[in-house]
Design a protein around this ligand. Structure first.
Ligand code: ITT
Length: 196
């Protein structure tokens, strides 16, 4: 069985392929838009993670007629009423390092108890007769400075405990606790039955 993963983000792609492999999925081939020669930007016009995940999955399914995964994810900070949320990748408009600076600035002088946050991953899986959604979360708090060099995006300021940011974990360690893992393990469960 071949499944299209409708993302242009190579960090996500790597994590997702590893999660599939680590969880015993061998009989499914996952291809990305780039693998199919498609570099077109998908307009994320939705107002929720769910809408944007659907937009990505629908784009791929319509264009390539393959079962397609759309994934929309982001960082939600309690103190900022859930921001940056669906705008996580474009929060500052100036790229990832500026996104992190903006968050650190907005939380300047905010005490640790009020820095709670979570990552969220929403998956939309579309194939012929089915449109399924899966959600996964990972909880932590926003640190006061960057820590660690692994991962991507906001990982250096996402603290899972007082000693570790997500960017200090190995790929394997992150893939056992992340929002992406918590969402994809549900899709993998569904696909195991589906491909029997
Ligand atoms: P596609 O739309 O092509 O999938 P994208 O990077 O634009 O790629 P999103 O719209 O879902 O993806 O935005 C996700 C952003 O949320 C991402 O760019 C990061 O800023 C942040 N993010 C999501 N998951 C993350 C993670 O595991 N670690 C750190 N930051 C993450």
């Amino acid at each position: 069985m071949k499944i299209l993963l409708a993302t242009h983000n190579n960090n996500k792609k790597k994590e997702i392929l590893d999660i599939f492999k680590d969880n015993g999925v061998r009989d499914i081939e996952i291809v990305t838009l780039e693998d199919l020669g498609d570099y077109e930007d998908i307009d994320e016009t939705g107002l929720t993670f769910k809408e944007n995940a659907f937009i990505k999955a629908h784009y791929g399914f319509n264009k390539f007629h393959l079962p397609t995964i759309g994934e929309d994810s982001g960082l939600e900070i309690d103190y900022l009423d859930g921001r940056p949320g669906i705008y996580s990748s474009r929060y500052s408009g100036l790229g990832n390092e500026a996104n992190i600076d903006k968050v650190l600035n907005e939380l300047k002088n905010v005490k640790k108890e009020d820095r709670k946050c979570n990552f969220i991953c929403t998956i939309c899986f579309i194939e012929d007769k089915v449109t399924n959604y899966y959600i996964g979360k990972c909880y932590g708090y926003i640190g006061y400075e960057r820590k660690g060099n692994n991962g991507f995006g906001y990982d250096p300021i996402f603290m899972i405990d007082d000693n570790s940011s997500l960017a200090m974990l190995s790929e394997d360690e992150k893939n056992k606790i992340s929002h992406r893992y918590n969402a994809f393990i549900k899709l993998i469960d569904y696909l195991k039955d589906y491909s029997k």
